[in-house]
Design a protein around this ligand. Sequence first.
Ligand SMILES: [Zn+2]
Length: 578
Amino acid sequence: WNYNIPEHTVDRARSGYESFPDGNKNYVIAQFFPRMCVYNDVEGWQNYQFWGSGEFALPFGDYDVEITVPADHLLDGTGNLVNRKDVYSKEEYKRWEQATKSYDKPVIIRTQAEAENIEKGHSTKTKTWKLQAENVRDFAFTSSRKYIMDAQAVKFPKGDVMAISIYPKEGNPLWEEYSTKAVVQTLESYSRMTFDYPYPKAISVHGKNQGMEYPMICWNYGRPNEDGSYSDRTKFGMISVIIHEVGHNFFPMIVNSDERQWGWMDEGINTFVQYVAEQDFGENYPEAIAPNAKYPSRRGAPSAITGYMGGNQDFIAPIMSNPENVYQLGNNAYGKPATALNILRETVMGRELFDYSFKTYAQRWMFKHPTPEDFFRTMEDASAIDLDWYWRGWFYTTENVDMGVEEVKSYYLTDKPTQAGKALMERYGVDPAGRDLVYVVEEDGEDYDPAMKSKSSLENAPNLQEFLMDNFSAAERAKLKAPKHFYAIKFNKPGGIPMPIIVEYSYADGTKEKVTYPVQVWRMNDAEVTKVLATDKELTGVLLDPDLETADVDVSNNSWPKQAQESEFDSFKEGTED
Ligand SMILES: [Zn+2]
């Protein structure tokens, strides 16, 4: 067969070449040969055609490839380069040997000065590069006489892995500074979250406007201006896309889900681990992210998804949709599932249980073909937590999270029969005569006496004090609490997704207390739930989701007393992402 190589910077494609004014071309070549469909015992043959969005469903195989290119090209691709001595210069080979022992910084294999010299020539001779790969689901390679290359070794228990970057001078100074750092961080963070990276190398290639993954090799954007300057947007975009595309080695290159059908299983899960790796990168290279205190991740933080989830329902599909059939694929298959997993980890399950279960999923399904149910079941099976409600709300519906504080009522105790108390006794046929009872009075209600507010509960209900004296020893009484205030806080839930109620109570003495009510509080009443707070301190404020952990799409109902509303203009802006 043959394959026409597209100019990917002109006709947007997942591989091809980029032309330069002097006639040179950088080639990033992939998806250029017929590949086998997946056959598995769940779906049979996956022979759904490629329509442009859902990329891969591929089985594993071994590759033995020889590629002949002009002799002055630098080439690399999926697999071990088995004739390195034949294709590298003596100096390059020596530097490569040094790189295999350099664990703290990259070693430059071909320098910018050398590449600038080479790109001026035009060799009429050829060289053949030999690559061998085992247990990979695809093969891709890159080739150009313009390339600079650096490499660094990363230690793993079963053997070192080489982190490699390949880029033209147009990528510098950005690429020399950050690419291999980002590759190393990806291998380390992803391996910690899943399994040790099982391939011998991971290459990040600079392709203009590209962000595309293949086994052991990927193409990434991030081009500085012609004078070498670059914005933060370019820098963080480049580091993030490298982490994302190298991360795809884990999902779906190894945990081999079916992207023809389920885009989120690799894009969403990968974007979640990308978020973890980006935050690790920020911790390891504070000078690279300054003046930010944390790495400015574009996706993963709960507050970054509320515009989409709270937006126009006509343009939202469930995560559990085919990637060809959704509006806003970026939010649907990347942002929302990544955020759902981040919230599941930080707020619902906790890191220890989540990480153990997530790792169990990755290890059970490496080099196999998992379905969404395999993911959902393993997360529940490994953690012993019923998460059906979470998968249903976040993955199978287009509902969103919106909880609010509806009202706060304050109560006092009294030994004087109240209207409500008397009515209750009458209803149950109880004769109040001779009964010594304690009643509850709502502040500002019909039986309320303002004097109650300054007294303790036992002063307001002396019969309760007598009861304690008669029935408890002094030592026992010393251990009892006698709260002065009783509050009933009613929470409501306009949003369709149930979530734990995380609430911060503020008191008159200036102290604050954070309380989490588990999601199970919504089991019997999905619309509203009331929690009682018994305390010695006067409650002055209630704030729901104080750290914005739940992706609550409307925070205007999150506080008591009600906070000033944001302007109509602000809420309009929030709802118009596309
Ligand atoms: Zn991706």
